[in-house]
Ligand binder design. Sequence first.
Ligand code: CTP
Ligand code: MG
Length: 243
Amino acid sequence: MNNIDNDGSVVALVPAAGRGVRLGASAPKAFVAVGGTPMVRLAVDGLIASGAVDRIIVMVPAEMVESAVALLTPATDSAGDMVQVVVGGAERTDSVRAGIAAAPDASYFLVHDAARALTPPRLIAEVADELRAGHAAVVPALPVVDTIKSVDALGIVTGTPDRSGLRAIQTPQGFAADLLRTAYAADVQATDDAGLVELLGTQVHTIPGDAQAFKITTQLDLMLAETLLTRLSSGYATIARTS
Ligand code: CTP
Ligand code: MG
């Protein structure tokens, strides 16, 4: 347990500076539309709808800053002043590091991929609740449905870990802000933020994830996201803007 700062501000960092190579669209992935709305806008709307964040910092490719500001901070939108756009980096780790630097005021960070555009606001609020309850690092986790095997460089199977002890990890990942700052102080790369915190020897707490928080990576994922947005109940449709 860490020192609890119940009044501390929660800053969401939204990595949206990837190229989306596996999706293969003409625009950077976070700016590809799902149901008519760019993923990054859906992700930001989900964070706002959670009611759990005070401020949102979105990291985008340098050439997308202007369009991201127009998309995320319109003068007519009351939520606009909550959202700030900064330039990301070459790797996801570099983008998160840029977001951390832009939020010296944060007491807690929620790091949430733009590519998890349909994450239910309820899951975001649950991660924030666990942080405020005193857990220094919190991640949503789902049981693994496939059998996972390790292989060597030739593709020969070297082992089959017990599936019951494995979890697929989602975002938002929540951290006491000083813990994440320390984790990122080292010059290291990782595919998720909790991985860096684990290197410090800090316990990472899991909560049940949600299938709807899946990461849109390939064209198949994009088709699934489009279908979900069309079929989701009217309650969820409040964050699914169409213009
Ligand atoms: N991301 C980022 N900066 C990078 C790389 C990734 O902010 N240099 C973000 C992506 O925009 C995405 C999230 O991190 O919201 C998760 O990354 P991923 O799903 O791998 O997205 P991409 O890197 O864009 O996709 P790909 O790996 O297929 O190129
Ligand atoms: Mg990537």
